[in-house]
Design a protein around this ligand. Structure first.
Ligand SMILES: [Zn+2]
Length: 254
């Protein structure tokens, strides 16, 4: 029996400090046995890496555009490079650009520096991309990163999805697909090739429909049910294909 992989969850965040063990236990009860925890900022670097003491956890490190106020760009990039080369990680991220946030030129500079680092270190990249799919797709094509990456929390058209897939990137499908209003995304998810996507929660954010407050990996059961329904596949098939996709991208041992 295959287990599911939550390909993107921020389990280092303080909102899990009080009950982290229970969070992992509830996830396992729902058949989720693997967790990819991305980094967000320099001050959380050790907290992210420390999660590897939990079974099934793999980690990435990166500088997320939400935390521009906290980043000291040049210094933090140097620390990031040092950590990526000396510590055990499976990817670079979370990094990216978000049209809803301020200072897009600075976001792009920071993102670009991390993409080039991922290219140099041959690491897969975990991309946060909001309302900039065409621009990001163009940049990823230019840079041709050898280990490619994950477009986490993908939201966009089928055409934009196909462009990322053609470049060899996986799409992350999470809580957004469970919402009744997400008609376009539901259509895209129904059409995606089986080897092109992974499942994720983005916990503690991006709660699925019916979950109020904190999101956690166990809530991925709602994403699993909806994606299986949309694609007309069994839970078992979905577990096998999406976990294999995550294993392949992040070079996890199975
Ligand atoms: Zn995230």
């Amino acid at each position: 029996m295959s287990s599911f992989t939550d390909a993107h969850c921020h389990l280092d965040f303080d909102s899990f400090a009080a009950d982290r063990e229970a969070v992992f236990e509830r996830a396992r009860d729902e058949g989720i046995g693997r967790f990819i925890v991305p980094g967000t900022r320099r001050s959380r670097l050790e907290a992210v890496l420390a999660l590897k003491r939990f079974a099934g956890v793999s980690t990435c490190l990166g500088l997320h555009p939400y935390f521009l106020d906290e980043h000291d760009d040049e210094a933090d990039l140097a620390v990031l490079e040092q950590a990526l080369t000396s510590r055990s990680v499976v990817g670079l991220g979370e990094c990216g650009v978000d049209a809803r946030l301020d200072d897009l030129p600075r976001q792009w500079r920071l993102f670009d520096a991390q993409l080039k680092l991922a290219r140099r270190l041959e690491l897969p990249v975990v991309v946060h991309c909001v309302q900039l799919n065409d621009e990001v797709g163009k940049r990823l094509k230019q840079l041709a990163l050898p280990a490619r990456g994950l477009i986490h929390a993908f939201s966009g058209s089928l055409q934009q999805a196909q462009r990322f897939i053609e470049l060899g990137y996986l799409l992350g499908i999470g809580g957004a697909v469970t919402h009744d209003r997400a008609r376009k995304l539901k259509r895209v998810v129904a059409e995606l090739p089986a080897d092109s996507f992974v499942l994720e929660t983005d916990a503690p954010d991006m709660a699925p429909q019916g979950v109020s407050g904190r999101n956690e990996p166990a809530c991925m059961s709602r994403v699993i049910a909806e994606v299986a329904r949309l694609r007309g596949v069994s839970r078992e098939t979905l577990a096998a294909t999406t976990s294999a996709n995550a294993e392949c991208l992040f070079r996890l041992e199975n």
